[in-house]
Design a protein around this ligand. Structure first.
Ligand SMILES: COc1ccc2nc(C(=O)O)sc2c1
Length: 249
């Protein structure tokens, strides 16, 4: 997978050189190119923003630098299956979900546009749609100062799903929100050695080696935690996927 990121704060993406994603890059599983939007400005002050038409607070990102950046990064002519998909984090975007992460992890090429100020001139997305797929997404209902943090979240969620990136494929299957037997349930509590820590013992069932009982306990814990923290997910569960035991939890 190729990832291009355009931002006026390219240093924000230094974390993509470490840990899981850093290893994936060094193993050639993911190729990441970070671009400073200002390289596509031509004035002395390297201006990327201007006042909003119609008035209102703050500044809007000018279309020209963005248009030139996307032209340079994705000049076109790619075959349909290798064409890039542009992701634009914005508070007014569609919610970013695990299902979207799974979908994006199958893409050969993602380009991320990091907005700042009050956002990017809307004609940039409008024009980009004429030559590539574009998704405007939000990582949540809170206010960020720009798209960079959202891109870090999305790149982490997507990157870990790229085949070969995670050592133990199972840990993807057990993710909260991952499709499968615990689909749309939050993960329950986890434990490791020592068996007793500050007088607190690991639940006996986890030491029993009884796999069916362990699976049942984990599902109960996942249902309890989901009911407590995300009752909306419980309400959205397909009743046909709940057995009699689930209903007693
Ligand atoms: C102006 O650029 C922004 C500002 C806020 C913001 N919030 C996001 C979110 O995903 O919540 S993306 C994003 C981009």
């Amino acid at each position: 997978m190729r990832i291009d990121i355009v931002s006026i704060f390219p240093d924000y993406f230094a974390p993509l050189d470490i840990s899981l994603l850093g290893k994936a890059r060094r193993r050639g599983l993911i190729e990441v190119h970070v671009h400073d939007l200002r390289q596509w400005t031509h004035d002395r002050h390297r201006t990327v923003d201007d006042t909003p038409y119609g008035g209102g607070p703050g500044m809007v990102m000018k279309p020209d630098p963005w248009g030139e950046a996307l032209d340079a990064i994705a000049p076109g002519g790619q075959s349909a299956d290798a064409a890039p998909r542009l992701i634009v984090p914005t508070p007014s975007g569609r919610p970013f979900t695990q299902a979207m992460a799974v979908e994006l992890a199958a893409e050969p090429w993602l380009i991320f546009a990091c907005g700042r100020y009050e956002g990017i001139d809307s004609r940039v997305v409008e024009e980009a749609r004429t030559r590539m797929r574009v998704d405007e997404v939000s990582i949540g209902d809170y206010v960020l100062a720009g798209g960079e943090v959202a891109v870090l979240v999305i790149v982490e969620a997507v990157g870990r799903l790229v085949p070969g990136v995670l050592g133990n494929a199972d840990s993807v299957a057990d993710d909260s929100f991952a499709p499968g037997s615990m689909e749309n349930l939050l993960e329950g509590p986890v434990y490791t050695k020592p068996p007793v820590w500050r007088g607190r013992a690991v639940p006996e069932v986890l030491l029993s080696g009884h796999h069916a009982a362990i699976a049942r306990w984990r599902r109960d814990q996942a249902l309890r935690r989901t009911a407590a923290n995300r009752p909306d997910l419980i309400a959205a569960l397909d009743p046909a996927r709940l057995d009699e035991r689930d209903r007693q939890v």
